[in-house]
Design a protein around this ligand. Structure first.
Ligand SMILES: O=C(O)CCC(=O)C(=O)O
Ligand SMILES: [Fe+2]
Length: 225
């Protein structure tokens, strides 16, 4: 136990440093629009972060890899995440070029970012309210400690417009973001002290009409490979 708390404490400090540096960079970037940026939540958006061609290419790739999504948290009900998802090929030059664009935005090295994950939601599918943090009391945490530790940032890009539904809701901040093709949203999962920010609670609300495609990329507090 003592060992685990020492690791958690190291991870907290890494996240604290990373949080300060990345926020400073984003606030100085005039392509980045703050959706909420106060002491409770730091959520930003960038329209047209991916071009229509890039979105199209990614949707085709997602269709090739999408399987019923695993739900990471054992405590979540089976229905927590009903979308289809799959990791994109981290060695694909096109995927890597998009990775680099995201790395540049945050000002961190590529190795901090997980491989982009694609997700597809059909009518009725959703991702119920959750945090992107790993639960450090679960057994899966031990291997994650060795593989980059906590998820410091979440970057998400909507690849298409959805006819109805599919907004990303942040219930603690009273914000609902509608999917718009090419738009990136991103938020820090950590507080200024490097501890989990519970106000990052969010949900992919059910798609009512059409299909919703997104990619998500999580950045760790340190290199994950
Ligand atoms: O689909 C959404 O809007 C949210 C997705 C999400 O929360 C995730 O991939 O962790
Ligand atoms: Fe999430």
């Amino acid at each position: 136990m003592a060992n685990t708390s020492k690791i958690d404490e190291e991870n907290r400090k890494q996240l604290m440093v990373m949080n300060a540096a990345t926020l400073e960079r984003l606030r100085a970037d005039d392509t980045v629009q703050p959706l909420v940026d106060d002491d409770k939540l730091q959520l930003f958006g960038i329209p047209e972060f991916f071009s229509p061609d890039e979105c199209q290419k990614l949707m085709t790739m997602i269709d090739a890899v999408a399987r019923p999504s695993p739900v990471f948290y054992a405590t979540e009900g089976r229905e927590a995440r009903t979308s289809y998802s799959g990791d994109l090929d981290a060695h694909n030059p096109f995927v890597r070029s998009l990775h680099r664009r995201m790395d540049d935005l945050l000002g961190v090295e590529e190795e901090f970012g997980e491989t982009m994950q694609g997700q597809r939601y059909q009518v009725g599918q959703q991702f119920r309210a959750h945090h992107d943090w790993f639960d450090t009391t679960q057994s899966y945490w031990t291997p994650e400690v060795a593989a980059g530790g906590q998820r410091a940032w979440t970057l998400m890009v909507y690849l298409n417009d959805v006819e109805e539904g599919g907004n990303t809701d942040f219930p603690k901040a009273n914000i609902s973001v509608p999917p718009q093709a090419g738009t990136l949203i991103m938020w820090s999962n950590a507080n200024a002290d490097g501890r989990p920010n519970m106000n990052t609670l969010h949900a992919g609300t059910p798609v009512k009409k059409g299909t919703k495609y997104i990619i998500t990329r999580w950045y760790r507090g340190r290199r994950w490979y």
